[in-house]
Structure formats: C-alpha cells, structure tokens
Design a protein around this ligand. Sequence first.
Ligand SMILES: C[S@@+](CC[C@H](N)C(=O)[O-])C[C@H]1O[C@@H](n2cnc3c(N)ncnc32)[C@H](O)[C@@H]1O
Length: 242
Amino acid sequence: MNPYEDSKLLDEYLLFHYGKDEDIMPWDFGPKVGLHFPKRTVHELVDTSNLPSEARALDLGCAVGASSFELANIYQYVLGIDFSDSFIKAASQLHKKGSLAYRFLVEGNSYSEALAEVEDPSGRIEFKTGDACNLPDNLGSFDLIHAANLICRLQSPNRLLDRLPSLVNKGGQLVLATPFTWLEEFTPVENWIGSGNSKERLQEKLNPNFVLEESKDLPFVIREHRRKFQFSVSLGTRWRRV
Ligand SMILES: C[S@@+](CC[C@H](N)C(=O)[O-])C[C@H]1O[C@@H](n2cnc3c(N)ncnc32)[C@H](O)[C@@H]1O
C-alpha cells in the first residue's frame, strides 16, 4: 500500500502545510526554525525576477498543496501533481472551497479538531494525481519545476531527473529540496543518487543541462503527536536550465 494514502499521514500533512505554529510545535524550546517549510521552499529558493508573462510552474510531489498555492502568487498557472489520491483530493477541495476540516493527534486516541485554510485559492491551479517517474508525454513545459522532499521517495529518481531537461524551458528554474533520506522501502539501493555524496552525485546528474545557482539548508519539523516530532534538514537548491 502507498504509505501516503494513510489517513494519519493525510492529517499529519494537513497540519504540516496549514497548521498553526503553536499546534505544530507546542514547545517553546522546540525547533521553530522548522516551521513554514512548504512556503519557505518557494520564498527562499524561487528567483522571481525576469519571469515571462504567462509563466507556468509544476509542483511535483505537491502533497496537500501549500507550496502550489504559494507558487500561484508568482506564476500565472500552477500544476500540482502527487501520487496520492487522498492528498490530491484534499488539495483540490482547498482550491475549490478555501478550507478543509481535519484533526491532529494529541496522543493515543485523542485528537484536536482544526481547519486548513487558503487565503486566496483563486489562482489558476490544477491538482492531478500522477507519477513523477512516469509523467505523461503531453504535459508541456514549464518555467519552474518545484519538487520538495520528493526525490528520496521515488522508486527511480533517475527517471525523473532524466526527464527534467525536456520539462523545463531554457532559462527556467528547477527548485529541488531533499534531505537525502534514502530508504529501501521507497528506493532500491541501486537507484539511490549517491550515499554520503548525494549532493555531488545530484550535481553530476543535472549538469550540463542545469547550472546550480543557490544552495541552502532548510530545516523542517513534522509533528506526529504533541510529544513526538520529526526534525530534518532538507538541502534546498535552485538550478537554471541552460
Ligand atoms: C515527503 S512528501 C513531501 C511533500 C511536499 N512536497 C512537502 O514538501 O511537504 C513526498 C510526497 O511525494 C509524493 N510522492 C511519492 N512518490 C511519488 C511519485 N512517484 N510521483 C509523485 N508524487 C509522489 C507523496 O505522495 C508525498 O506527497
């Protein structure tokens, strides 16, 4: 079963993308630096200068959509694609209605009720289920591809990386964020992009079609319950299609 179809994960991701700061991280001594990750991958990595008119963005592995909504403030059209049907349904409902009720775990069987809200859901956004390793031929091309915490969740990251040059317009941007959490349950070892040297292997793979413009560490925190969190550091990069 696709682990991202689990309703526990749907609630965790709705909280991660739309939760209040104090619900995600209720401890004053906790790593608040890891909040707002889906917005930060956009604000800290996308170069908003010199965009073409009618600029198009593709958000791969968009999950429940917070980065896609953020991109829609910059791009005239945004397509969010994710493998998980339940994530895409949640993102689509947020686009249509502007809000979605969910709950998050306190501990045991105790939950808090919450409402995910999107400030301005009116942008030209489409959410579709799809496989980043097997994207349709008629997808067109984009001025930006954003893929946050995706590549180490793919069966074959190289299938996506090999497709990227034809998906990004010349002069366009590729924004990747990844903590390189390689796990055999997602990616067979022979398909890992490096092991200890993943950043260098990624660069070798993307050259010569993409030139690295920006690289920064982006912490993120995901709440499991009020006393358990995942704290990770994604490597955020921006590449220019040459
Ligand atoms: C670690 S989550 C990151 C989600 C989101 N980008 C973020 O930063 O919060 C990985 C996402 O990739 C999706 N995913 C996994 N395999 C995929 C595939 N082959 N094609 C498209 N999406 C996939 C999962 O459903 C999940 O939403």
